[in-house]
Structure formats: structure tokens, C-alpha cells
Design a protein around this ligand. Structure first.
Ligand code: UDP
Ligand code: MG
Length: 318
């Protein structure tokens, strides 16, 4: 099989028929053998009903329905596991990405030998509130990852050599860093292709302010889990560093005070009467504990068999 098109979707019922027939058209006119894998990320609208209807006409359609909304990364991860094509292409379901880009993306992987080719929405049709933070995000991602030639890390339209998707693990909200994950896994030949971008035709974006609002809701535990569940070091490491720094400064203060008091008959310094002594002890111990907690958390997460298991409610195709 030439191509697997992996499409994560959450409440996109209006777009699906149009998207599917567009992909079919492109595949047919280029003579590709293909499959479309829809990952319904817990939609509450008629998305899965649409997919079922479409699959009755087109046998190349496969689908998985999650029992609830897990997020785009889990959806992609599951799609990657299922993909059987030589080249795997991911695409958003909202018609913002154009299936007309598929043949060239396929060619770049097959003939130019890229491991991954990322789309670049050079001209975007999104509100400024989104394009501006995105620019900042990409600049940071380029710096941190060392992948200097990518303008648009989080473009939904990407093509991969099959091997690549089988060897990376997209978890949490990591879909924004897939090129980085690929590079870390040894697939560093990463290219970019300018792609057409369109304004969302139906429905609305699934990523917005509500993501921040959610943080305030629910119980403390839940908040903690979503925020730091897969990256405990981000909180414990920070706290640890902070406490350790306080401890370190306090120790320095104690030493300096002691040194000053030596040979100075007018200045008596009693170590155990100094607030800095207790501060240094408490802070350094707490700092170390936070750090250890962070490391432990990271270890547990990495080895948890649950970290990428999602409840599948329904399946179309084999
Ligand atoms: N999506 C998903 N699960 C989610 C959120 C989004 O599968 O929890 C899908 C969504 O249906 C779409 C793609 O991810 O196919 C990109 O989402 P969206 O278009 O809302 O993002 P934007 O284009 O605004 O960045
Ligand atoms: Mg979109």
C-alpha cells in the first residue's frame, strides 16, 4: 500500500464527506493504493455516523472511535499504530489542509529520501490571536530542537516514512513537537513544503481559550494530573531548584557571619541561634526532595504501561 492518510477528528461531521471525496479524487487520479484512517477522538456530534456511511461506499476507509475525547496526540498515536502504507500522511479534518498536496509530499518522501516532510502554511487564514503566538512558538521550537529549517512545527499536514511513525511515541500534547520527536528517534532528515491553507469552512477550532479555562476546573488532583501528569519534573524540578538556591544562599550567609565573628570580640555568632542556619538546612533538604520527586515521577511515567492506552469504543475495518 502506498499511502495511509491519518485524520484525527473531534466533532467535524460537516467536513467529512467533502474531505473524503477530495482525498478519493486525488488518490484515484494519481493511481495510489491507499487507506484513510479516521480517529474519532470522542466526538459528540454525528461524525462517526458520517464515517460509517462513507465507509459503506469506500472500502479504503478504516476508523476508530475513542470512548472519550483524549486529545489530538493520542488520536495521532493510535492512527500511527494502525497505518499500513509506505508513506503516512496526517491531515486535519476541517478542510484547512488541502489533499492536493498529497502527491508532492509522497514524492518528497519516496524520491528525495526525507524521513518527514512538514507542511508550512506560509499564508495563513487564521485570526491574529493565533498566528502571532504561533510565530513565537515556532521560533522557540526551532531553537530548542535545533531543526532550523522548519517554519511551522505544528502544521497538521505532514508526511512520514512509515518507519518513523512506528518508532515515535506521540503522547500528552506532544503533537506540536513531532519533528523534534522524530529527530530524537534518529530520523533527522526533515524537510518542508509550502502548503495551501484555507479558513475553516465548518465548525470551529478545537483549541482555544477553553484549554486555559479547563485548568481552573475540577478537583485539585485532576488539575495536577493533566498539568504535570506526564512531566512532573516541570513543577518539582522548579521548586527544587528554588529551594536549593535559598538553602545555598543561607549557607553562604552562615559561613560569612561565622568568618566575620572570628577574632571580633564585639560580635558573637552562635550558629544554632541563627535563622539562616535553619533556613539553609530546611531549604536544601526540601530542594533535594523536590528534585528526587521529579525524577521519580518521570521514571514512573516513562515506564507506565498505561501511558498510551486509550479506550476504543468502536472500529470500522480490520
Ligand atoms: N482534534 C482532535 N482532538 C482534539 C482537538 C482537535 O482530534 O481534542 C482534531 C480536530 O478535529 C482537527 C485537528 O485536530 O481535525 C486540528 O484541530 P483544529 O482545527 O481545531 O486546530 P486549529 O486548526 O485551530 O489549530
Ligand atoms: Mg483547523
Amino acid at each position: 500500500m502506498d499511502i495511509s492518510v491519518v485524520i484525527p477528528l473531534y466533532n467535524e461531521e460537516e467536513s467529512l464527506p467533502e474531505l473524503t471525496s477530495w482525498i478519493e479524487r486525488v488518490m484515484k487520479s494519481n493511481g495510489f493504493t491507499y487507506e484513510i484512517i479516521f480517529i474519532d477522538d470522542g466526538s459528540t456530534d454525528g461524525s462517526f455516523y458520517q464515517i460509517r456511511k462513507l465507509s459503506e461506499i469506500n472500502p479504503n476507509i478504516r476508523a476508530i472511535r475513542f470512548s472519550r475525547n483524549y486529545g489530538k496526540s493520542p488520536a495521532l498515536h493510535t492512527g500511527f499504530q494502525e497505518a499500513r502504507g509506505d508513506v503516512v500522511i496526517t491531515m486535519d479534518a476541517d478542510l484547512q489542509d488541502s489533499p492536493d498536496e498529497i502527491p508532492e509530499l509522497y514524492r518528497m518522501i519516496k524520491e528525495e529520501g526525507y524521513d518527514l516532510v512538514s507542511g508550512w502554511k506560509k499564508k495563513r487564514y487564521d485570526p491574529l490571536s493565533k498566528t502571532l503566538p504561533t510565530k513565537l512558538f515556532n521560533a522557540t521550537a526551532r531553537r530548542v530542537s535545533g531543526i532550523k529549517n522548519l517554519h511551522d512545527f505544528n502544521c497538521g499536514l505532514k508526511a512520514y516514512r512509515s518507519q518513523v511513525v512506528k518508532n515515535i511515541e506521540v503522547y500528552g500534547d506532544m503533537h506540536r513537537y513531532i519533528p523534534y520527536l522524530a529527530k530524537n528517534a534518529g530520523y533527522g532528515h526533515i524537510g518542508e513544503k509550502e502548503v495551501k491553507h484555507q479558513a475553516r469552512k465548518y465548525g470551529h477550532t478545537k483549541f482555544g481559550l477553553d484549554r486555559f479555562v479547563n485548568g481552573y476546573l475540577d478537583l485539585g488532583t485532576l488539575w495536577f494530573q493533566t498539568k504535570f501528569g506526564v512531566k512532573p519534573m516541570h513543577i518539582f524540578g522548579l521548586l527544587g531548584s528554588f529551594m536549593f538556591l535559598i538553602g545555598f544562599v543561607a549557607v553562604l550567609t552562615v559561613i560569612i557571619l561565622k568568618l566575620v565573628s572570628i577574632g571580633n570580640p564585639n560580635f558573637h555568632f552562635y550558629l544554632t541561634k541563627s535563622v539562616y542556619f535553619y533556613l539553609s538546612l530546611a531549604s536544601m533538604i526540601m530542594g533535594l526532595q523536590f528534585f528526587l520527586t521529579g525524577f521519580m515521577g518521570e521514571l514512573i511515567i516513562r515506564n507506565s504501561s498505561e501511558r498510551n492506552s486509550y479506550k476504543i469504543a468502536e472500529r470500522i475495518g480490520d
